[in-house]
Design a protein around this ligand. Structure first.
Ligand SMILES: [Zn+2]
Length: 340
């Protein structure tokens, strides 16, 4: 089969890889209907994370089940399924508490390489959720978004305790930030402030429910949020970048007693203890337990109540994955969908 392999920063190739096989009785093999490039794939692409030799890429996937191991009971060949970036058993105490991305048996799917024609999914019973029917083609991008960016933005909103009557600010205008706006709207936020300085992204934020756009960053961005909230800061702030600046912007834009939901993968972030102590701000976040939200998100997408697939503004055949990475790296695309 064909699959994406990263050899070094900036060096992404589509190569012939061995077809995945059932290795354990709890595995499933799926034929991918669509896959995509993640903002987090750009960290190694830009050399911020080390690339340790040729690495299969990709952790976002939807597709048709081809084959299941002898112990798999919840999904069967022919079904359209969605999974996320950590395989999980969905039965251990941590999963049952809703934190499937910290499952005691979790396995990262990224190492298996979902930017490919076929994928082996470990712990298939716990990881995969089937749609009621085979979806029409126009819904596939939205289901693919549920695999990571929608589920991650949704967790950011839940972690930030978004709810009716609240003012929400979103730091970051990548796919996760934009879908955090969608989640905040669905969860009943009264005002949603998107922090973005890129016009196409501002437009999509408005489409998803942003009521205000703030273009300033850092201290100036915090000052604008305070201006909009009687000097108090937002009730809920979703951090969807992962840098020192974005994290401090999120914490300082939150009012005392408010909540930050941080879902940008942290890179070299150090928090000042004394400032945190006196801020009275709640912090919660981490790798999103997307599996917790999948049944609800699948229903909202299948009934066309939400359209998260709009974040894919570039669609390419899998063979042009290198251009898909480049377009995202240069911010010419928000998110690239790859058709195997
Ligand atoms: Zn578990």
């Amino acid at each position: 089969m064909r699959g994406v392999v990263m050899h070094a920063p900036g060096d992404v190739r589509v190569e012939t890889r061995e077809n995945p096989r059932i290795m354990l009785p709890t595995d499933a093999i799926i034929r991918l209907s669509a896959t995509c490039v993640c903002g987090s794939d750009l960290w190694p692409y830009r050399g911020v994370e080390a690339v340790k030799g040729p690495s299969p890429m990709g952790h976002e996937y939807v597709g048709i089940v081809q084959e299941v191991g002898s112990e798999v009971k919840n999904v069967k060949p022919g079904q359209f399924v969605i999974g996320s970036f950590f395989a999980s058993d969905n039965t251990c105490p941590i999963c049952r508490a809703g934190y499937q991305s910290s499952c005691i048996h979790r396995e990262p799917v990224g190492g298996l390489g979902a930017q490919a024609e076929y994928l082996r999914v470990p712990l298939a019973d716990g990881t995969l959720v089937a749609t009621p029917d085979i979806p029409s083609d126009d819904l596939i991008p939205s289901f693919l978004a549920a695999s990571d960016v929608l589920g991650t933005g949704w967790f950011g909103a839940v972690a930030a305790e978004v709810g009716p009557g609240k003012t929400v600010a979103v730091v970051g205008d990548g796919a996760v930030g934009l879908l955090a706006v969608l989640a905040a709207k669905q969860l009943g936020a009264e005002r949603i402030i998107s922090m973005s300085r890129h016009e196409p992204r501002q437009k999509l934020a408005a489409h998803y429910g942003a009521t205000h756009i703030v273009t300033e960053r850092g201290d100036d961005g915090v000052a604008r949020i305070k201006d909009l909230t009687d000097g108090l800061g937002a009730h809920s702030v979703i951090e969807a970048v992962g840098t020192q600046e974005s994290m401090m912007q999120a914490i300082r834009a939150t009012r005392a007693g408010g909540h930050v939901g941080y879902v940008g993968v942290a890179h070299d972030v150090e928090l000042p203890g004394e400032e945190l102590f006196f801020s009275h701000v709640h912090l919660h976040g981490g790798p999103a337990p997307v599996r917790r939200f999948l049944p609800e998100l699948i229903d909202l997408i299948g009934t066309r109540q939400i359209d998260p697939g709009k974040v894919f503004d570039l669609t390419l055949p899998l063979d042009q994955a290198a251009e898909g990475y480049r377009a995202m790296d240069e911010r010419r695309a928000i998110k690239t969908l790859l058709n195997p």
